[in-house]
Design a protein around this ligand. Sequence first.
Ligand code: C2E
Ligand code: MG
Ligand code: MG
Ligand code: MG
Length: 288
Amino acid sequence: RAKSAGGNRFELADPEADARTITRHGLTTALPTALDRGEFFIEYQPLVHLGDGSVRGAEALVRWLHPQHGVLGPDRFIPLAEHTGLIVPLGRWVLEQSVRQAREWREMCGAGRACAPLRINVNLSPCQLTDPGLVRDTVEILERAGVEPDALCLEVTESALIGADDDLLKPLRRLADMGVDIALDDFGTGYSNLANLRRLPVSILKLDRSFTRGMQQFPADPVDLKIVEGIVSLAHSLDLAVTVEGVETGAQAEQLKVLGCDTAQGWYYARPGPPERLHELTLVDATG
Ligand code: C2E
Ligand code: MG
Ligand code: MG
Ligand code: MG
């Protein structure tokens, strides 16, 4: 193709890969100062109790409003932030904003609103686990906001904890002892070493979207159903709660409820959005 374009045209083996490299480079140079420029913002996606349909909390999902490229999702810049070390201050910023937001929600619930006090889920990068300031910063952030540790859930991916030695688990254990919930995110995508679950300080399993995908069609894939059923019963026997990601249809929600999952998250309930959206959702719940 490049040849037929003729003569002295620039020859690109893979124009798309090249464009990616350029964008990537552009992002790398803009990223270190993006935090100071206030270009990050957080969207919140509700976590819904499958038993009664009430909103119980929200997951904080960071976005970057890039001056040239517009809104970028975390998949575009979290790996870069991890690579450059920005993830530690960025992660701390996300935690601080989210905990303050949780404080605001909890105050609203107290003020004559019939909603359950909302909890906040924040994603933690593996790089943050090795940051010696993690526990101290988290405690400080909670205290400064006046939020109890049990209002916070930190999500760590299963792959981040694979083969984790005790040093890596120590900060998580300390946080868990304080009452912070630790969730195992994207569960089922790695080498799920089920026996390994026992030594991790986790209290929640977040089942990856790939499991719920097979439940989108009707009838649902019977093998998927069996697998989810097995995971839920194992989790419950280990005293772990199960949250499911990527619930996009009512049929999925119904199915997951029957299978005994505790909490759900997905577009069927709400896409990630500004914090005010949670006010509306909880208000609807409280009034009917
Ligand atoms: P995650 O923690 O597994 O978050 C769930 C992702 O699934 C989010 O993507 C969310 O928007 C998306 N999602 C939710 N419901 C549905 C649905 O029904 N269907 C589909 N197809 N997708 C759904 P998002 O916001 O692009 O985030 C991607 C990943 O980036 C997150 O995966 C998380 O690992 C990471 N991330 C986001 N925020 C942060 C952060 O503050 N710090 C760190 N370290 N990682 C973050
Ligand atoms: Mg998550
Ligand atoms: Mg997840
Ligand atoms: Mg996921």
